[in-house]
Design a protein around this ligand. Structure first.
Ligand SMILES: [Ca+2]
Ligand SMILES: [Ca+2]
Length: 432
């Protein structure tokens, strides 16, 4: 009984530990530490432990730069900045390779080593360099490297590591969520393998991972000191509009920060599909957490002939300053689906509109009443015309207009008699 309870307690303790360690483990994988480095390598690859790579990791980042720790198995006798002591001098390149945005780089420490008569090494850390790297296509060999910028690099004796500071703007300002890939490292004897000539991996003093079998990618966190969050909300994300018409969509910008400084923001609407979109306003300055109302106006084109769905993506970017460095961060985007309906009759959109109005009018109660009245009037007129004609036929002789009617009750005269009548009348008139 006692041992069972003890075992249960152990089980609970283990489960709690796993639960508590889980976020730590996730963080380690993402962030890069000495315990979970991006690049790991065996010890004992070379005779000199200060040229034997063990681990390389991205230790930290802030708005402007990221720090890479490049650890070797041991320290030389002396590792200092300054003039070389006497001896046989050899130059080595300690290189950390990575790729960003389709460009290959290396952060390089150029190290001069003096081997003196007693075999004791005195070392000068000559310089740090950022280089662009070109690979021999389809291989892990380096075709050549070219100098880009000077880099800050230092020796950390306690960790037997070179520490590189790599400014983000040197590689095109990687943003939060973006990654450096193809991480690997090598130490070259630069006297034997100059960096502007092809270097095969078999020539390296030591190497860890390769271009095609790299270490873990490093995903940038942004390195912000404060929290900056921006997102958009709206009531309806699925909307419908007719061809040639516009739609106004109210959007709320929700902004959150722990910084006390001003944060400027810009908003934009990206249309994937037909139509165009604008935002009003399209920028703002926030001081502290707040909300803002903006309006999206979407205009559908006239020429839509088939039902189509357009996606409008609302994006935002925040700009802020931390310790004199300008930082940027993207908002969480909002996606709207807008269905654009074609006009009813595509061939003659204008005349069909008028026709529709006319049909609509006749379908309405007033229209129906008027139609009925008009029909009744027409029937009435037709009836009157008909009876009028009959009256005319009864009252007037077949001779036509201008002749006096036959006296009532008398039969109409014979056709031949008619032709003599006008003359008689003329005479009568003339006699008066
Ligand atoms: Ca090694
Ligand atoms: Ca190795």
């Amino acid at each position: 009984m006692k041992s069972m309870r003890k075992r249960n307690l152990w089980m609970i303790a283990v489960l709690i530990s796993i639960f508590l360690l889980l976020p730590v483990a996730l963080f380690v994988v993402e962030g890069g530490t000495e315990e979970a480095p991006e690049i790991q390598d065996a010890v004992g690859d070379t005779e000199d432990n200060f040229k034997d790579i063990t681990k390389v990791w991205v230790e930290s980042e802030d708005l402007s730069q990221f720090t890479v720790v490049y650890q070797v198995a041991g320290s030389p006798k002396e590792w200092e900045r300054g003039s070389l002591l006497s001896g046989n001098i050899t130059t080595f390149n300690y290189e950390f390779y990575f790729s960003f945005n389709n460009t290959n780089y290396s952060a390089t420490a150029v190290v001069s080593v003096a081997f003196n008569l007693f075999g004791v090494q005195d070392i000068v850390l000559a310089s740090g360099e950022l280089r662009e790297v070109y690979y021999v296509e389809g291989t892990d060999n380096v075709a050549n490297e070219s100098y880009l910028y000077s880099l800050s690099v230092s020796w950390d004796q306690s960790r037997t590591s070179l520490v590189f500071q790599i400014p983000k703007d040197m590689i095109g300002d990687p943003r939060e969520g973006e990654a450096i890939t193809h991480l690997w490292a090598a130490v070259w004897n630069d006297d034997q393998n100059p960096y502007d000539e092809q270097r095969n991996l078999s020539d390296a003093v030591d190497f860890a991972c390769t271009y095609s079998a790299p270490g873990e990618d490093y995903i940038f966190t942004g390195g912000y000191e404060y929290v900056y969050e921006m997102r958009f909300t709206t009531d309806k994300t699925n909307l419908t509009v007719s061809a040639g018409e516009s739609l106004s969509v109210p959007i709320t910008v929700i902004f959150n920060t722990t910084s006390e400084e001003n944060v400027s923001a810009t908003f934009s609407a990206v249309v994937t599909g037909v139509g165009s979109a604008t935002l009003e306003p399209d920028n703002a300055t926030f001081n502290g957490s707040s909300t803002l109302q903006i309006t999206l106006t979407f205009t559908a084109p006239n020429t839509v002939t088939n039902l189509s769905v357009t996606m409008v993506t609302i994006t935002g970017e925040m700009e802020f300053v931390e310790n004199g460095v300008t930082g940027h961060k993207d908002a969480e985007p909002l996606y709207l689906n807008i269905t654009v309906e074609p006009a009813k009759k595509e061939e003659h959109p204008t005349s069909s509109g008028i026709l529709d109005k006319i049909i609509g009018f006749f379908k309405s109660p007033v229209g129906m009443g008027i139609t009925l009245a008009v029909i009744l009037v027409l029937i009435g007129v037709a009836f009157l015309v008909r009876s009028g004609k009959r009256y005319e036929m009864e009252m007037m002789g077949p001779g036509g207009a201008g002749l006096p009617p036959y006296p009532p009750g008398q039969p109409p005269a014979q056709p031949y008699q008619v032709f003599s009548l006008p003359e008689e009348k003329e005479e009568k008139k003339g006699g008066e």
